[in-house]
Design a protein around this ligand. Structure first.
Ligand code: KG4
Ligand code: ZN
Length: 352
């Protein structure tokens, strides 16, 4: 089976071709980062207009790179939520047009299910059940994954997502958008225990997150740092970045392993844009080996928003006969807990 995946849930126009036998044949992502950069965040209307401009060339590039024609496809998988409604509609309408014109089956995919199953794009993937932390600019959630399509939300953020905290702290420090990569780079030459920023654990057994207090603590600290530089002359921006990153990693790692403990899962996965972070990966690797829990994360290109993960999730759904009709609509909010269960994901795990 060969599936075309489409994701336009936020600010990236992504199209990918994934084959059941040969893995990811192409994955094209057209980033809008430079468009939104001056605003310090995504401007929804600009994002939708940019998707309209980009969707056809991105899809053509994905098919060309995969050396696949429309007639070789067996189905289309498109993100229908959660996300920005105007952006989602561009992908869905394009997918509908393709499905209708090509007489192809189409399936609507939950973007978070894409992140949850993105690890199946890698050869080194866990067997079910496992616990996943999806951590991006819009989400910070823990799920117990019993099998394909069977997800239980264990906890999520009460306020900001972890990626949002990276982006806001970068803005406070005047580093631009997106904040994660630049903070990680600066943190590499900073001292992570220089400043003791707060870690919101919200109770010993809690699997919920809160990052707004940390963001405020950094903002207050930076205010003092800027207005009374002589008192803090030995503190560098690198130290602030490293101490902030350490506080986020502490919370994410401790909650992910707590989730594994509570569910009895022997494997944990970190996915989503923030899971690109090297310090977080290192932390999970170390703690996993101490606790004898296997740790997994997709390569960076499958952590940040991409359509290969959507094609992957859609392929399993298409294989079990699921179909979306042409009247399918998008959903800005779309919890994964009540998705229909799927059949076996065996055999479509490996990436060549
Ligand atoms: O998954 P993603 O591409 O988009 C969604 O938000 O769905 O994630 C983007 C987020 C941004 O907030 C960005 O700052 C963060 O992921 N990010 C990182 C890193 N790379 C991207 N955060 C920390 N360290 C990184 N290396
Ligand atoms: Zn995402």
């Amino acid at each position: 089976m060969i599936v075309l995946g489409i994701d336009t849930s936020c600010d990236d126009t992504s199209v990918a071709v994934v084959s059941q036998d040969r893995g990811v044949l192409s994955s094209v992502v057209n980033s809008q980062v430079s468009l939104h950069h001056p605003y310090g965040g995504v401007v929804p209307e600009l994002a939708s207009r940019e998707h309209i401009r980009n969707i056809v060339p991105v899809a053509e590039e994905a098919l060309a790179k995969a050396e696949i024609r429309m007639t070789d496809l067996d189905g289309i998988a498109v993100t229908v939520g959660p996300g920005l409604v105007g952006s989602l509609l561009v992908g869905l309408h394009y997918a509908r047009g393709l499905a209708w014109a090509g007489g192809l089956p189409m399936v609507g995919v939950n973007h978070l299910e894409g992140h949850i199953l993105s690890i199946l794009l890698e050869e080194d993937a866990p067997s079910f059940p496992f616990t996943v932390l999806t951590v991006s600019g819009g989400h910070t959630s823990l799920y117990f994954v019993e099998g394909p399509g069977v997800y239980r939300t264990l906890g999520q953020t009460r306020d900001d997502a972890a990626g949002e905290a990276f982006d806001k702290v970068a803005k406070i420090l005047g580093l631009g958008y997106p904040g994660g990569p630049v903070i990680e780079r600066l943190a590499g030459s900073g001292s992570r225990d220089r400043i003791d920023f707060p870690r919101a654990m919200l109770g010993p057994e809690s699997l919920e997150f809160s990052f707004s207090g940390l963001k405020t603590a950094v903002a207050l600290f930076v205010d003092r740092w800027k207005t009374a530089p002589s008192e803090m002359a030995d503190i560098r921006i690198e130290d602030i970045a490293a101490s902030f990153q350490e506080a986020v990693c502490d919370v994410l790692a401790s909650k992910l392993f707590k989730a594994a403990e509570q569910t009895g899962a022997l494997s944990v996965v970190a996915a989503g844009g923030v899971a690109c972070n090297g310090a977080l990966r290192e932390r999970l690797r170390r703690e996993g080996s101490t606790r004898r829990i296997q740790t997994f994360w997709p390569r960076p290109a499958y952590c940040t928003d991409n359509a290969a993960m959507i094609a992957m999730a859609g392929m399993v759904r298409l294989a079990t006969g699921e179909r979306a009709d042409l009247s399918t609509d998008v959903r800005s909010r779309f919890p994964v807990d009540d998705l229909p269960a799927m059949g076996s994901a065996e055999g479509i795990q490996a990436n060549p």
